[in-house]
Design a protein around this ligand. Structure first.
Ligand code: AMP
Length: 289
């Protein structure tokens, strides 16, 4: 195996310092492990931007709510290491909770405003503070030239762009497209929670988002589209919907009537033990043009 795995910040810094001394460009890919092809698409994508790739694997307790799946979240480090090695990744950083949050830890990173009080910020209070805290730490620990995040977690990508800009963290943030299964389901570590029956229902989200996107891009009124989408998702067997909304792609402000500029349709819904999220880009078609 050519992949090297380190568990401490000191070891991570020593490896990165060696690369920097040789003038190499370094990329960081933060993950929570239970890796799938979507994660590997990020490491492949970021290869075009860097000479060395670090993947961090850390299930961050501070971004989970008290009744969420922190305990149940899949932890599969040996399998993850094999996937990273096969993908040609040079370094895996897999710290313990104690390494990241030693006794006495007391610092928060909090992002206010429209990027954090809507969508997952509304249904998972405190989630994005936890994300901002851990990503800030990872960026300062590894000091990469660039870091890559999936549009699967589009709101997270916006939050990360916000605080890295606000805090002048000298890193280029790259967004990467959503990788899907053949039937359209967005790849996710949480898809492992689905029973075979639920797995067959899950692609409904992609289908419904696709239908909404097509109609909204042509200028259809969005309220009836969203109402029908909710109905379809619940009829398919989802337990509940946290949100199904169309928002501006840059500001995340809610689009009220019709799509007139680049937007996205976002969904979070519960199926069995899993809370699944997905989103599609909506680019308005100029019908008169
Ligand atoms: P996670 O391990 O779920 O925290 O995800 C780690 C990174 O992988 C995040 O930047 C995610 O947005 C990204 N990611 C997760 N699933 C996908 C996917 N299906 N396609 C592209 N990126 C993804």
């Amino acid at each position: 195996m050519t992949l090297k795995t380190v568990h401490s910040v000191a070891e991570l810094r020593a490896v990165v310092a060696g690369w920097r001394a040789r003038g190499l460009r370094v990329a960081l890919v933060p993950t929570m492990g239970a890796l799938h092809a979507g994660h590997i698409s990020l490491t492949d994508h970021v290869r075009n931007h860097a000479d060395r790739v670090i993947v961090s694997i850390f299930v961050n307790p501070t971004q989970f709510g008290p009744n969420e799946d922190f305990g149940a979240y899949p932890r599969t480090l040996p399998d993850d290491q094999k996937m990273l090695d096969a993908a040609g990744v040079e370094l895996c950083f897999a710290p313990s909770v104690e390494e990241m949050y030693p006794d006495g830890f007391a610092t928060r990173v909090s992002v206010d405003g429209s990027f954090t009080n809507v969508l997952c910020g509304a249904s998972r209070p405190g989630h994005f503070d936890g994300v901002a805290q851990i990503v800030t730490k990872l960026l300062l620990q590894a000091l990469p030239d660039c870091a890559i995040f999936g549009q699967k977690d589009y709101q997270q990508l916006m939050v990360i762009r916000r605080f890295t800009t606000d805090l002048n963290i000298p890193v280029e943030i790259i967004g990467a497209p959503i990788l899907r299964e053949d039937d359209g389901l967005a790849m996710s570590s949480r898809n492992r929670y689905l029973t075979p029956e639920e797995r067959a229902i899950a692609p409904t989200l992609d289908r419904v988002l696709g239908e909404i996107t097509k109609a909204a891009a042509r200028g259809a009124e969005i309220a009836p589209l969203l109402a029908k989408g909710r109905e379809d998702i619940l009829n398919a067997g989802f337990k509940s919907i946290d949100y199904l909304e169309i928002r501006d792609a840059d500001t995340l402000e809610r689009v009220e009537d019709r799509v007139r500029k680049s937007s996205r349709v976002f969904v979070a819904a519960h199926l069995g033990k899993a809370r699944l999220i997905d989103n599609h880009a909506i680019d308005p078609i100029n019908i008169t043009g």
